[in-house]
Design a protein around this ligand. Structure first.
Ligand SMILES: *Cc1c(COP(=O)(O)O)cnc(C)c1O
Length: 546
């Protein structure tokens, strides 16, 4: 018998450490809002790469609190719209509708099964305030295009990271994979190794012969400790005084910085931001395409590129600086971070079957937004920030100390466990070979922690289909599960909301989502599945229909 997921075996793997942690809490006499929560929240925030982590009762609550806080803070109003993938677990949609917001359903990409970024813009209206991006099945759904849309339409990007703990956004394709991860290791060496000596000479020459605009901007950006006007502006100007990043964040710019085969005019490695100043020759024919290629290569290293003309720098200096400041403070500081740190806030579920699972219900919110974090911490604790004083009408949605202690143990092993899942997935990709089955397409820079391993079984001459495969495997002792047999928009609970327009289904319907519900089947995958197990799964699959 090959179980879909053996929680018993998963727990047994770290049994001693877990028992030690649970006993510690039991013996401590302190069961809520104590040291275990504090420690786990700190470790999880560090792991995800955000400033704040707030533990709460479960993953659904985590998502509900994020949107409730946006409503409480006046950033969203009831009736505002949130874009969400139509193919997701219903919790994602509930978090929106629970708060009186409208869920606008968008189809997945049939190859990756993640939210189709090509279909988002058509769903954006004046009332769209947010995208709820679900990293479904453990795969990162974030793209540069989604980041660009959020910036263009000023949308809050909220991640549903219930299925992708430990996953990262796509890595740069070459050069510096670890150099772009985390600010401490950033920028070690992104240059093309062969061209580097030549580029270095060029960069030095350019530094000694700046254009007028480069000189002006360098005087404004150069990082002479506290003297950078950008820093001063951030700290003192009315415009920026409200941001706590203004005074403290690191705006260390370098000029003539080499990336791949290019020399960027200005680079802030900490912010993953490139500033290019376009001279006259940028209007020449062919230059636009050259610039586009250059931008794409630089973006592939996880940077964002913003451009200014000479005139903007020289004659509209204040707005140029403001644009740079805004770019520095945008949450989309390039790709390469972990899911859960890629947008404005993220909800995480630690339901026992998730990659990071507790011994019951548990969840958390991660964010860099202090105001949002404070509000959520209050909401999840009866709306209270001070004992017996209630700022909001909250609920009791706390993470208990035993769960926090268990999660802290399991977090230490998450990366090694995810690597084992990836090993199983690699075997499936290499060895499953049956024309009746389709695996999600892998992209070169895809990142996936394989919470689930979905395959697609298209009906074959009306005889062989997903349900037949499920029964066939069951008969061989192999357990599989469908994720999900009925999509949210076809659930009974939502029929009235659809009629009333609280849930928006595109006029063309959701055929891809509905087809997935009929054709998806998830294979066994976990950190405790043995080679014999997954070999047997592959053998059975390859013999199916023959
Ligand atoms: C599990 C899950 C949730 C909800 O988490 P709970 O802890 O069960 O409330 C939310 N979204 C997705 C995509 C999930 O898979």
């Amino acid at each position: 018998m090959i179980p879909f997921l053996s929680l018993k075996d998963i727990t047994a793997k770290y049994s001693d450490e877990i028992h030690e942690a649970v006993s510690r809490v039991v013996d401590s006499g302190w069961y809520l809002q104590g040291k275990e929560n504090e420690r786990f929240e700190q470790h999880y925030a560090d792991f995800i790469g955000t400033k704040y982590c707030i533990g709460c009762a479960n993953g659904l609550d985590a998502l509900i609190w994020i949107y409730r806080a946006y409503v409480e803070l006046g950033i969203m109003q009831p009736g505002d719209e949130v874009i969400v993938p139509a193919n997701t677990y219903i919790a994602s949609v509930l978090a929106i509708t629970e708060n009186g917001l409208k869920a606008v359903l968008v189809e997945p990409n049939p190859d990756t099964l993640e939210l189709d970024d090509e279909k988002i813009e058509a769903a954006i209206t004046k009332r769209t305030k947010s995208i709820l991006l679900v990293h479904l099945y453990g795969r990162c759904a974030m793209t540069q295009k989604i980041a660009a849309l959020c910036e263009k339409y000023d949308l809050k990007l909220v991640e549903d990271n219930a299925q992708a703990h430990g996953c990262r956004a796509p890595q740069p394709p070459k050069g510096g994979d670890t150099t772009l991860v985390g600010t401490s290791k950033i920028g070690v060496n992104l240059a093309d190794p062969i061209l580097y000596p030549l580029l270095k000479d060029f960069a030095n020459q350019n530094r000694h012969n700046p254009t007028e605009a480069e000189e002006v901007l360098w005087n404004l950006l150069s990082h002479r400790k506290s003297k950078s006007p950008l820093r001063d502006l951030g700290a003192s100007s009315d415009l920026w005084a409200s941001s706590d990043l203004g005074a403290s964040s690191d705006y260390k710019f370098r000029r003539q910085h080499i990336i791949d085969q290019y020399i960027a005019d200005f680079a802030c490695l900490e912010q993953k931001l490139i500033i290019e100043i376009d001279g006259k020759y940028h209007n020449l024919k062919g230059q636009a395409e050259e610039d586009a290629i250059r931008t794409r290569v630089i973006e592939n290293y996880g940077f964002r590129v913003i451009r200014f003309t000479n005139e903007q720098v020289l004659f509209d200096t204040e707005n140029t600086l403001k644009a740079i400041y805004d770019a520095c403070n945008s949450p989309f500081r390039g790709l390469g971070g972990r899911t859960g740190s890629l947008g404005h806030a993220a909800g995480h579920s630690f339901y026992p079957g998730k990659n990071l699972g507790a011994f019951g219900d548990a969840g958390a919110v991660t964010t860099n937004d202090k105001e949002l974090a404070d509000c959520i911490r209050a909401l999840a604790n009866y709306g209270s920030q001070k004992k017996y004083v209630f700022k909001y009408c909250g609920r009791n949605s706390r993470l208990d100390e035993i769960q926090a202690a268990v999660l802290d143990v399991k977090l230490r092993h998450l990366e090694e466990d995810n690597a084992l899942r990836q090993k199983v997935a690699a075997y499936y990709y290499e060895h499953i070979n049956n024309p009746l089955l389709r695996l999600p397409k892998r992209l070169p820079d895809e990142q996936n922690v394989y919470h689930l391993f979905p395959i697609i079984v298209s009906p074959f001459r009306g005889q062989w289909g997903r349900d037949e495969l499920h029964d066939y495997l069951e008969a061989k002792g192999i357990q599989t599960i469908i994720h999900y047999p009925i999509p949210p928009h076809l659930q009974e609970c939502y029929q009235q909301d659809i009629k009333e327009g609280n849930i928006v289904v595109p006029s063309s319907g959701l055929p891809i989502t509905e087809r997935l519900a009929n054709e998806e089947l998830s294979l066994p995958i976990s950190q405790v599945l043995t080679l014999d197990d997954y070999k047997a799964v592959v053998e059975a699959l390859n013999a199916f229909g023959k």
